[in-house]
Design a protein around this ligand. Structure first.
Ligand SMILES: [Zn+2]
Length: 411
């Protein structure tokens, strides 16, 4: 088994589906080595279009050995580098050019930074090379991307039969909640790293707002001395959705809060809302939002859908009535009440939808959409310290009320 496959396996402990997808799609253009130069910097990114081909250039402070591969549906080129600092004069996440419809980058996991190029059509990296510094220009990584057919995209990357290791699909380990005097609250800052989440009218990223609020909520919860608080991420890093759920279960979470900010095509839309899990989304808009939030893993470049549909269905069935009842109690009874006294609520502020991140069958879980960054006034509000402190304090009060009222109802 190649080093790369081992790395993928190590990273995807539960994922049969994903592994199959990755194995079908891995297009190894580079080598598996890691340079991991200290203080490696990405200084500029350029996209050029010539005669139907698209050239992607990354200016670097030092030599790198990238790992380049493709993923279909949607077609993407993924470029993994050792962990780098993105020292760009301006943020370049957003629209691409030529065969690249969208460009994203960021920390994917410790030690690995990632570019994801969304493609307008099946396309392959026809040429890849590294240019040495010359004439005042730094190290440059150059990828020439050319259109191809879907069949070629798939076929040219398919590993030989019988070389693919098989990993059994297995359900998650049984819940073993460590004995803990204090209730465990898991705070999950949505998105991160290569996945910016929604982008606000002024250009602020949802991942930043989610992290700022999560840190504040975690700090305040810890300060009460009443809870053990675990954050799924405390920095700007990508985390697959299933990993977030896994962290919550491994911590023996009693309550899981996932923090997000929302956008809407109608700029006037604003207000706070909270979601609990539903196997059928409660309305079209909630379903659309769930689809968007669940896309996080697609954006990250690996479709980490941890379990087969069958297992997922069983998991959802396992979601005992009690878990959902407690999630709804917290969302509707505690959170909407507390936030409603201090901030604007969306019409019908409690909704349910099929969010992947809420699918721990044994942990009451809610997803908070703190407000709309597509609304200029609300975006400004969400970025203000005063509003953040007010909202965080309200969330902490809601958590307090919830545990007081459900002392004997803990799972
Ligand atoms: Zn989100």
């Amino acid at each position: 088994m190649s080093l790369i496959l081992k790395q993928i396996l190590a990273y995807l402990p539960h994922s049969r589906v994903t592994l199959a997808a990755v194995l079908t799609c891995v297009m190894l253009v580079g080598t598996a080595g890691s340079v991991a130069a200290a203080g490696l910097e990405v200084r500029d990114i350029r996209i050029g279009v010539h005669d139907g081909a698209t050239r992607f250039v990354v200016d670097l402070s030092d030599k790198v050995e990238p790992r380049v591969f493709g993923l279909p549906d949607p077609f993407r080129v993924v470029i993994d580098l050792p962990e780098v600092n993105f020292s760009l004069s301006e943020e370049r996440i957003g629209d691409g050019a030529g065969l690249i419809s969208k460009l994203r980058y960021g920390l994917f996991r410790p030690g690995t930074s990632r570019f994801v190029l969304d493609l307008t059509t099946p396309a392959k990296v026809a040429k890849q090379f590294l240019l040495r510094p010359e004439g005042g220009k730094p190290w440059r990584l150059v990828l020439d991307i050319q259109p191809t057919t879907r069949a070629d995209f798939i076929a040219s990357m398919r590993p030989k039969p019988d070389t693919a290791p098989r990993v059994a699909s297995k359900p998650p380990p049984p819940l073993s909640r460590p004995p803990n005097e204090k209730p465990v609250v898991v705070i999950d800052a949505g998105h991160g790293g290569v996945d910016p989440g929604a982008i606000g009218v002024s250009g602020v990223y949802e991942k930043k707002i989610a992290l700022d609020y999560s840190r504040d909520v975690a700090k305040r919860l810890r300060a009460t001395g009443l809870y053990k608080v675990v954050m799924t991420r405390d920095r700007d890093i990508f985390l697959p959705l299933r990993e977030r759920v896994r962290i919550a279960r491994a911590a023996g979470a009693d309550l899981f809060l996932s923090l997000h900010a929302n956008t809407h095509p109608k700029r006037a839309t604003k207000g706070f809302s909270v979601y609990t899990l539903s196997t059928r989304a409660s309305d079209k808009e909630a379903a659309a939002l769930a689809a968007l939030e669940n896309k996080s893993d697609v954006i990250g470049g690996v479709d980490l859908d941890g379990y087969s549909d069958d297992v997922q269905n069983i998991l959802i069935d396992f979601a005992q009535a009690k878990t959902n009842e407690l999630s709804v109690k917290f969302a509707r009874g505690n959170l909407v009440g507390e936030i409603g006294q201090r901030a604007r609520l969306l019409g019908r502020p409690w909704r349910s939808a099929g969010f992947a991140v809420l699918k721990a069958p044994d942990v009451p879980s809610v997803l908070l959409e703190l407000g709309y960054i597509s609304n200029p006034a609300e975006e400004r509000l969400l970025m203000s310290k005063a509003h953040r402190e007010k909202m965080s304090a309200a969330i902490v009060r809601a958590v307090g009320a919830y545990f007081k009222e459900t002392q004997n109802a803990r799972l």
